[in-house]
Design a protein around this ligand. Structure first.
Ligand code: UT7
Length: 344
């Protein structure tokens, strides 16, 4: 019998503190009109001093468990996607595993920058389809505000903090990922990077004073790469799933810049309403962006069993990816379950 990996739970968490474009006008030479017209961003969230990638990921994970009516002890694996983990070691996935009490689960981190959640979703699905595991938590979290140079107007206007999570579960219903695409182009790695603090440039007073622990970006080149890779990857995922774009209920793309989303929509030949957009509220939350967008979409527009969702992302590395997810009859699966220990 074939095994499929259905999304049965979802959740997201964003910090309370809102940083508006007007607030940024007090930090760098910029203005609300420029940011809105070039990016589509109006505001973003910034973690409070007590919040970290693992604390936000933990909250998103608890919400996803509540939706799936599961306890953390039911999980076999925790995969955390992040570019801004709490530490180089231990993995943020282990911190989440401990905070939620997933005592029966393995845990590891995965870094594919903004493509991270998609890569983790694909990896988690493979563990289920192969028969290795039955229940996987895929979570993404980012605290980009701690790696942004608040004096660099090229980057500080773009990024935001937050986390999102899904629960993947074994089902024999033909649902879950119908296709997946992952690509990389390491030659472009320096276009979007945090150069300092790793083994190549360990943290020293010098790396700190030259700002190597901050995100640096060649925005224009990334923009062109994004427009090219998002459209191509999305069409490739559809073709691998033997679907036309008209069969897509919603496109849930990496929320980087509304102009990039428009170009992706045009490449797909779909109406703008088919694209889920929340970049205006949260900015670019890197690995968390599709996870937060998916969770918000599922909260407001629950899909019908059989609906197809199309994910597409690009990011540092350089990396890109896309996948088609077919929605399972989650209502039927939940009807057989008691409420779990977490409340929604
Ligand atoms: O997940 C991946 C993360 N990265 C991305 O998604 C970035 C992709 N790239 C982009 O979204 C866009 O390239 C940006 C939004 C970063 C920049 O937009 P752009 O249309 O490519 O602008 P630009 O870099 O070509 O700059 C145009 C002008 C320049 O001034 P001059 O040389 O024309 O006088 C910049 O100095 O805008 C200036 N500028 C700003 N002005 C006001 C750059 N940043 C700002 C700013 N406020 N924040």
């Amino acid at each position: 019998m074939s095994r499929y990996a259905a999304v049965t739970g979802w959740g997201h968490y964003v910090p309370e503190k809102v940083l508006t474009n007007k607030d940024l006008e007090g930090l760098v030479e910029t203005n609300d009109e420029w940011i809105r017209s070039r990016t589509g961003i109006s505001e973003r969230r910034v973690a409070a001093s007590h919040e970290t990638t693992s604390s936000m990921a933990t909250e998103a994970a608890k919400r996803a468990l509540a939706r799936a009516r599961l306890a953390a002890i039911d999980l076999d694996l925790v995969i955390c996607a992040s570019t801004t983990p709490d530490h180089l070691m231990p993995a943020t996935a282990c911190l989440v595993q401990e905070h939620i009490g997933a005592v029966n689960a393995g845990a590891f981190d995965l870094n594919a920058a903004c493509t991270g959640f998609l890569a983790a979703l694909i990896a988690g699905s493979q563990f289920i389809q192969s028969g290795t595991y039955d229940r996987v938590l895929v979570v993404a979290g980012e605290t980009l505000s701690r790696f942004v140079n608040w004096k660099d107007r090229n980057t500080c206007i773009l990024f935001g903090d937050g986390a999102g999570a899904v629960i993947l579960e074994k089902t024999d219903e033909p649902a879950g990922l119908l296709s997946s695409v992952l690509g990389s182009q390491g030659a472009g790695g320096s276009l979007l990077a945090i150069q300092g603090g790793g083994a190549a440039r360990p943290a020293t007073p010098d790396t700190l004073s030259s700002g190597e622990h901050y995100i640096t970006m060649h925005g224009n080149e990334i923009f062109k790469f994004a427009v090219r890779s998002m459209g191509q990857a999305a069409l490739e995922a559809l073709s691998k799933a033997n679907l036309q774009s008209s069969a897509v209920r919603k496109v849930i793309p990496h929320q980087a810049n509304v102009r990039i989303l428009k170009a992706t929509q045009e490449a797909l030949g779909l109406p703008w309403e088919s694209v889920f957009v929340n970049v205006d509220k949260y900015g670019n939350t890197s690995a968390s962006s599709i996870a937060i967008a998916l969770s918000e979409f599922l909260d407001v527009e629950p899909p019908e069993p059989g609906d197809n969702l199309l994910f597409v992302a690009f990011g540092g590395g350089l990396t890109w990816g896309s996948a088609v997810l077919r929605w399972a009859d989650v209502g039927a699966m939940m009807a057989e379950r008691e409420e779990g220990p977490y409340a929604i």
